[in-house]
Design a protein around this ligand. Structure first.
Ligand code: ADP
Length: 309
């Protein structure tokens, strides 16, 4: 590896985290893509290689390209970049496949230029990629990918991102049942208004979760991992969701919910042993109903995107 090239790990992310629809997210440690970003003399941006998945190499059709172009437009760098994407996160799994590519592209370019842009600015470039993937420039996956740990998008207009503490003993389980849920469909079925009663319950839990994360109060985290608004509707699209959730809680998880727009289901647990048991129990439940699934247990990723040389 020379200094004109960087190989990076781009983490998968869980958005929403039950009570924080469109505002909360966290980064995962052992699930992620690999990218290589290269500085080249020839001006412009090219995606030279993609492995692991069929995705467009045309820069305007790939989230990494769109985010990269936004970065280059804002920088005064006059030469070019090449991008290689080695996908491990399945697209449409609900664990931030598009966000990993968008965030990775701009993080890598920034590192190669000596970090002229802040994390906050990188999130804004990466959001352009997210706009291509889902039509909405959401930040709840790209923010944790770039900042690491847990993040809160306190406001979209103006954009305001808050990094939240990650309790030391917190582990995540992710189960990806092999069914397809289109992000567009899982957005379409949501209601556009909520009752005041549901709002009160939801912001009580959101405040409780943020406080619990800072205080490292695992019981408070568990009590707050409840979603009164989105989960009751979206879970209809995920076969076996109620049973898997019941199993996770029975096995000791602090909480369990839909990861992003699904179909992946996440659980948070205190300690690796409990998290492993929870993952096994959730995965086994799907096996019992003959639904193939990928199962992961992982630490929360406090480092965010990192050099993987
Ligand atoms: P996830 O829910 O896992 O984040 P999304 O549904 O947000 O996945 O994003 C996947 C969509 O983005 C797909 O339509 C895919 O074709 C498109 N896409 C474009 N470029 C990429 C990329 N580099 N990585 C992943 N998805 C990409």
């Amino acid at each position: 590896m020379n200094k004109n090239e960087i190989k990076i790990f781009c983490p998968a992310t869980i958005a929403n985290i039950s009570c924080g629809f469109d505002v909360l997210g966290l980064a995962l440690s052992s699930i992620g893509d690999e990218m290589i970003i290269r500085k080249v003399k020839k001006p412009g941006l090219r995606i030279t290689r993609i492995t692991g998945q069929e995705l467009p190499r045309e820069v305007t059709k790939n989230v990494a390209g769109v985010a990269g172009l936004a970065f280059m437009k804002a920088s005064n760098y006059k030469e070019g970049f090449e991008i290689e994407i080695h996908k491990k996160i399945k697209a449409g799994s609900g664990i931030g496949s598009s966000a990993a590519s968008a965030a990775g592209a701009v993080w890598g370019m920034n590192a190669l230029l000596g970090n002229p842009f802040s994390e906050f600015e990188l999130v804004q470039f990466a959001m352009k990629g997210e706009q291509l993937a889902s039509g909405v420039a959401h930040a709840d996956n790209v923010a944790p990918a770039i900042y690491g740990g847990f993040t809160l998008v306190r406001s979209y207009d103006p954009l305001d991102i808050v990094k939240i503490n990650t309790p030391k003993e917190l582990y995540a389980s992710v189960i990806h049942p092999q069914i397809e849920v289109k992000t567009a469909d899982s957005r379409k079925i949501l209601k556009t208004s909520i009752s005041l009663a549901d709002g009160i319950k939801q912001w009580g839990n959101l405040g409780g979760l943020v406080a619990g994360l800072f205080m490292e109060d695992y019981d408070l985290i568990g009590r707050s991992l409840v979603d009164h608004i989105v989960e009751p509707i979206r879970s209809i699209l995920i076969p076996g969701f109620d049973e898997v959730k019941k199993e996770a809680l029975k096995t000791g998880a602090l909480g369990c919910g839909i990861s992003g727009s699904g179909p992946s289901i996440f659980a948070l647990s205190k300690g690796r042993v409990v998290a492993q048991n929870v993952t096994d129990a959730m995965s086994k439940l799907y096996e019992n109903i003959d639904l193939e699934n990928d199962a992961y247990v992982t630490e929360i990723n406090k480092e965010a995107i990192r050099n993987n040389a």
